[in-house]
Design a protein around this ligand. Structure first.
Ligand code: G3D
Ligand code: MG
Length: 187
């Protein structure tokens, strides 16, 4: 694997120079969006899976002063209250969308808008990965942005990045945005 694999760690290395605080990131999206694939390209470290409560699997990577938590959202109304703890003090939200799964655009849009309203994510910058762009049936990021009404987000920084977690294309661009944003926020 190439540069993309080192992406997040090198971002964190840079951040260490500018802050002593831990950087907390949550990576979310519907099941099958590509989170696990993306995670593998973001972190070369071993990923621990913890199960804090029944039916709620959370993958957690901690290294270099960074804490990254990942879980599937959608269809989990009953266990949502358990998320709270893992959304506390979040510095950045990464939201992953399967750009080729048009049937679930509405569902993923609803989940994102609910997340954005979470108290613990108030004002938190959000990077949206329009993933699976390598598929011929993928919708372009601009169309997805429109469908999600991203232009109405006025209380936070946001960015949509076309990518393929599989090939790594676009992942580094997303990392660069993260780097600039967390650095600006922590200053
Ligand atoms: P999740 O962790 O969000 O549930 P995964 O999603 O990372 O497990 O990915 C779900 C499926 O989508 C996997 O396929 C994975 O290989 C595929 N996938 C992830 N990212 C991409 C991408 O950028 N392009 C393409 N074409 N496929 C991708 P399987 O077949 O293993 O279920
Ligand atoms: Mg997964």
């Amino acid at each position: 694997m190439g540069e993309a694999q080192k992406g997040l760690l090198s971002v964190i290395e840079k951040l260490k120079g500018s802050t002593e605080q831990e950087v907390r990131i949550v990576l979310l999206g519907l099941d099958n969006a590509g989170k696990t694939t993306l995670l593998k390209s973001l972190a070369s470290e071993d990923v621990n899976t913890i199960t804090p409560t029944q039916g709620f699997n959370i993958k957690s990577v901690a290294s270099h002063g960074m804490k990254l938590n990942v879980w599937d959202i959608g269809g989990q109304r009953k266990i949502r209250p358990f998320w709270k703890k893992y959304l506390e003090n979040t510095d950045l939200l990464i939201y992953v969308i399967d750009s080729a799964d048009k049937k679930r655009f509405e569902e993923t849009g609803l989940e994102l808008s609910e997340l954005i309203d979470e108290e613990n994510l108030k004002g938190v910058p959000v990077l949206i990965f329009a993933n699976k762009q390598d598929l011929a049936t993928a919708s372009p990021a601009s169309e997805i942005a429109e469908g999600l009404n991203l232009h109405t987000y006025r209380d936070r920084e946001w960015q949509i990045q076309a990518c393929s977690a599989m090939s790594g294309e676009g992942v580094q661009d997303g990392m660069n945005w993260i780097c600039n944003n967390i650095v600006n926020r922590k200053k």
